[in-house]
Design a protein around this ligand. Structure first.
Ligand code: MEV
Length: 389
């Protein structure tokens, strides 16, 4: 097992760092090019005129469920990679897990008319759908060999500004894929069947980004000796504010997402979907709160926990097409979407620990300003980089 404690990694030259990772020369070349070529980019989206590169760094010191893991991070913000690496060193070891890859596809049904017998349009349509469960699953499952529909659920909205509506949830097991394409295809395909069954009209047919059946969790214990008593206390005080004040919770969670998004970008995930899901989950009880918890145990040691939806994949469209995503997955050494989600939850927790530790002690500007100075130096030597036409 390769150690994630690459001593002096941050002091090494860029070439030395590449060597320490023991990458193939072809991987090093791909990283230097930003991975993607114009031809592939042109196939990924519309109206392509170029490529956009970001720094690809490695956070060190992570030990997750007893395994040393190097964390590839793609991000433009200084201090994030260093913050994660330092926090991972202080925390020592993390435990993490993730639910099976259960995703929700939504079908919105309107214009439901009650029969004379029941007079209850929504309840009647709900009953019909639940009775046709077998038929719905059979049709939905005829489309993909890998992504399966495992269950259905219904939600009734008796009163909306466009009238009553019934929403059918198809519950998918997307295994190692994020699953968006397969889910949307299945929802679109079964929509006519749902209209037949209910006599209503289907409007939306799309996945839900609130992937709350696909949660990832991580935790760590940090000894008060490593942090210092005052810092441990400060972190709990900061946490208390993030639990009651959405103004602070938003910034607290932004710091968590610094880490999670950076891994999402490195591995070519749909990071907007991860962001949307994370923030919706943070507000699940009607009040926007911190995604992490920090508390002290009887010893005074700090315990940290995180839980959030993480709809990620290790197979599928962009991930397969992007050479850097493949390199990132190789560096991570993950073999399933669940494992990737677990690692990302850990990175979010570590990033939060790093930010809080700095905030309650020296402040975050100290580290930041050093890197800003380096950036300024670069711009001064290459002034054309900063000129706009
Ligand atoms: C900056 O990108 C992230 C922080 O603001 C997070 C936090 O305040 O917890 C430092």
């Amino acid at each position: 097992m390769k150690s994630s404690r690459l001593s002096g990694f941050y002091k090494s030259t860029l070439t030395e760092r590449q060597q320490q990772l023991a990458l193939l020369q072809s991987d090093i070349d791909a990283l230097a090019r930003g991975g993607l070529d114009l031809k592939t980019a042109n196939r990924l989206i519309e109206n392509v005129v170029g490529l956009y590169a970001l720094p690809f760094g490695i956070a060190t010191n992570f030990q997750i469920n007893g395994r040393d893991v190097l964390i590839p991070m793609v991000i433009e913000e200084p201090s994030v990679v260093a913050g994660a690496s330092n926090a991972a060193k202080i925390a020592g070891a993390f435990t993490a897990s993730a639910d099976e890859s259960r995703m929700i596809g939504q079908i919105q049904i309107l214009d439901l008319r009650p029969s004379l017998r029941s007079g209850q349009a929504l309840d009647e349509a709900q009953q019909k759908i639940l009775s046709a469960r077998g038929e719905i699953l059979a049709l939905a499952n005829s489309l993909s060999k890998t992504v399966r529909v495992v269950d259905i659920e219904t939600r009734l909205f008796r009163d909306s500004r466009v009238g009553a509506m019934l929403v059918l949830h198809l519950i998918f097991d997307t295994r190692d894929a994020m699953g968006a394409n397969a889910i949307n295809t299945a929802c679109e395909t079964i929509a006519p069947l749902i209209e037949n069954i209910t006599g209503g009209r289907v409007n939306l047919r799309i996945l839900s980004n609130l992937a709350d059946k696909r949660l990832a969790r991580a935790s760590c214990n940090v000894s008060k000796e490593k942090l210092g008593d005052e810092v441990a206390r400060g972190i709990v005080e900061a946490q208390a504010l993030a639990e009651i004040d959405p103004y602070r919770a938003t910034t607290h969670n932004k710091g968590i997402m610094n880490g999670i998004d950076a891994v999402a970008l490195a591995t070519a995930q749909d990071w907007r979907s991860i962001e949307a899901g994370a923030h919706a989950y943070a507000a699940r009880d009607g009040h926007y709160r911190a995604l992490t918890k920090w508390d002290r145990d009887a010893n005074g040691d700090l315990r940290g926990e995180i839980e959030l939806p993480l709809a990620v994949g290790i197979v599928g469209g962009t991930i397969a097409a992007h050479p850097v995503a493949q390199i990132a997955l190789k560096i991570l050494g993950v073999t399933s979407a669940q494992e990737l989600a677990s690692v990302m939850a850990v990175v979010g927790l570590a990033q939060n620990l790093g930010a809080l530790r700095a905030l309650v002690s020296e402040g975050i500007q100290a580290g930041h300003m050093e890197l800003h100075a380096r950036k300024k130096e670069l711009l001064a030597t290459e002034p054309h980089r900063n000129t706009r036409k």
